[in-house]
Design a protein around this ligand. Structure first.
Ligand SMILES: N[C@@H](CCC(=O)N[C@@H](CS)C(=O)NCC(=O)O)C(=O)O
Length: 308
């Protein structure tokens, strides 16, 4: 298998989702540490401007967004699938809930309580990313207080999912549902133990988290950003497969732009080289790395045709 390179930083909960997937599948991978805030001069040549974390690089192909990255890992390493066919629909729906309704209040609560141990630049950067004015420390504290109840009303739902003694959220097979529910909960105690008490009433959650922690992170080495850029420069993107687009989709070969459909509206432009039900791939070019194909999940992204 070609070398898997994950561009990530330690306190990124979405990166933790992929690191745990590496552990579950027992994969070799190289870790490139990226800055948690802009500028990210060694990342954007690879992504055409996508700035979020993590990003998976395989040669001159770059996979953005963990919703696609986990599918790519299943394709490359089908043993121990993250999408067991019997629970595909349920796992996808639970993951979608976890990464919207659960993640957002949890991150606002935990990072608000831990703001003294988070990088100082985070406040300015994240406000800019959302196109909002920079909040004061007091406003962040108030946001943490507003979001604490939203976390507390959702934790019992997870305890309930595990209450019949099942090992994993969808039954006896680990799946993407476990990964997606785990990574925000991991963030609760990643930086400090201040919020450990929020998990104390939930023995099933705690035992389930311990089972997931036991997977570890696979076999990790470290790589410099310069080496990762050289690998992209020296590789050719994989030939795209046959597209299966819908009638309304832009034709492969058109100039398109794509952006996440949530709060961070960073636009990436290039030539559409592949599109199907799960994936969109765009050819980008940068002087440092040459041609790179940047891949996005279909769901969660807004794709538009551009005039030349
Ligand atoms: N839907 C994306 C969300 C990724 C995301 O929001 N990651 C956070 C870090 S945990 C982020 O990108 N923050 C801004 C940054 O790192 O620049 C995914 O699943 O990968």
């Amino acid at each position: 298998m070609d070398q898997l390179i994950l561009h990530n930083y330690d306190f990124s909960n979405y990166a933790e989702k992929v690191r745990v997937a590496f552990g579950y599948k027992d994969l070799d991978w190289a870790s490139v540490i990226i800055p948690p805030v802009l500028p990210k001069p060694d990342l954007v040549p690879l992504t055409g401007g996508y700035r979020r974390t993590p990003v998976l690089q395989i040669g001159a192909d770059v996979y953005c967004d963990t919703r696609l990255i986990v599918k790519v890992l299943d394709r490359l390493s089908p043993q121990r699938p993250l999408f067991p066919p019997a629970t595909l629909g349920m796992a996808t729906a639970i993951a979608a809930w976890a990464e919207s309704e659960l993640v957002r209040p949890l991150i606002l609560y935990v990072s608000g309580i831990n703001q003294d141990v988070m990088p100082k630049e985070l406040r300015t950067d994240r406000a800019k990313m959302r196109g909002l004015p920079e909040p004061s420390i007091e406003a962040i504290t108030r946001a943490a207080q507003r979001n604490a109840p939203l976390v507390r009303v959702q934790l019992p739902l997870i305890e309930n999912m595990l209450a019949d003694g099942r090992e994993w959220i969808c039954g006896d097979r680990f799946s993407v549902a476990d990964l997606a529910v785990y990574h925000p909960l991991w963030f609760i105690t990643d930086r400090t133990d201040r919020l450990q008490h929020e998990l104390t009433p939930y023995p099933a959650i705690q035992a389930w988290m311990a089972r997931i922690r036991a997977f570890g992170h696979g076999r990790q080495t470290t790589m410099s950003a310069a080496d990762a850029l050289d690998i992209a420069r020296d590789a050719l993107p994989r030939p795209p497969g046959r597209s299966s687009s819908q009638p309304e989709d832009p034709e492969p070969g058109s100039l398109v732009s794509i952006r996440p459909d949530d709060y961070a509206k960073d636009n990436i432009s290039g030539e559409l080289v592949f599109i199907d039900d799960t994936e969109i791939a765009i050819l980008t070019r940068h002087e440092r790395v040459g041609d790179v194909v940047v891949h996005f999940p279909r769901l969660g992204y807004d794709l538009r045709k551009r005039s030349k």
